[in-house]
Design a protein around this ligand. Sequence first.
Ligand code: SF4
Length: 431
Amino acid sequence: MNENDSEKLAGMLRQIGWTPAEKAEESGLIIVNTCSVRENADDRAFGNIGKFKTYKRKNPDMILAVCGCMMQQPEIVAELRQKHPQVDIIFGTHNLHRFPQILGNFIAAGEQITEIWDESDAVVEDIPVENKYPFKAYVTIMQGCNNFCSYCIVPYTRGREHSRQPERILDEIRGLADRGVIEVTLLGQNVNSYGNDLEIGIDFATLLRQVNEIDGIRRIRFMTSNPKDFTDDVIAAMAQCEKVMPSCHLAMQSGSTRVIRRMNRHYTKEEAIALVRRIRDEVPGAVITTDIIVGFPGETEEDFQDTLDLVRACRFDSAFSFIYSKRHGTPAAEMEDQIPDEIKHDRLNRLLEVLHTVSAQINAPFQDQTVDVLVEGPSARDASRLTGRTAGGKLVNFTGNFDDIGRIVPVRIDKAGTFSLTGVQTAAEAD
Ligand code: SF4
């Protein structure tokens, strides 16, 4: 969501005549788009702002703006103002669409501006977006979240759920397809509750089926999903719609029913495992990834063993695993039974060992197979090779034709690693 917001900021800036600078230190404007989901993201943002302040000392005309989830927290804005008075513009998540006006006001008056809205009533439409890739795009289908998981800051920084009208989403995707986009990722904090607030009888499964009908689009992805809202109808849509890719990110967070309850997430370990089984039964080759938090307040060794059990039973293709970090203002931050750091680190290491073992086992059968890969561009590790994603979303680095960037091509896998696949392109565009 944060990346998509940055693409919107870039789109709005392009529309009013700004172009990207080669180097940050030479630019006329730097925007730090912050994330609040974990403590280290907060720390990184403050570190970056400190670095950009030194650029501004050398180039006093440079405009420094800060936005994003951190700015929706008054105590952080106060700290920012005190530690970094050189910041010119502060704005929040709900008024991102107003950035061109705010920037214009700053340029006209030359005075610091802080403009933060507490809430927004609806999703603002028609914001220009500068997509990072010409052939794939994020499409926000809803904003905010109603779930209030006890560790999470998102409902406080992004507000309550607001779904976009389906015709606006479909129009946007048709427009993207006309411009050559072949892959869309439908975005929301909890896409599976899409439509609940619209009262027009649409749900996420129906939306998937409608997007599947759009000519030109070849791959449809979505994220993120709370297991409690992942319906059998969504599984059926995944199974029946040829363009909906066999992949989903199911944020499990813990395998302990007791911890899941304390997290205010409404499912049990058994229900989570049964859901993954249903997806794997119905959607052949489904790639299922997850998020796991270790060291949530009160997590016992027995609870942690339940998480390891869940990982072994669900056999996630990959996972983002995190050490629990307190988010100010959330119920979990006030819980008394916080876990000591050394226990959290020990559990994270043990979890990673199991996750990596499972990932290696799942990837091994790809050896010597040919997979269809959407070619994204040069590999970050070796610019003489290409990188791309399989239908399930697995990362592939391969030797191939640079003219095929943006196309789906067959790649024969010659090395199936734990975190990625390696191979050679075998032909031009796949059928
Ligand atoms: S569903 Fe996701 S975004 Fe919403 S409160 Fe829970 S963790 Fe946060």
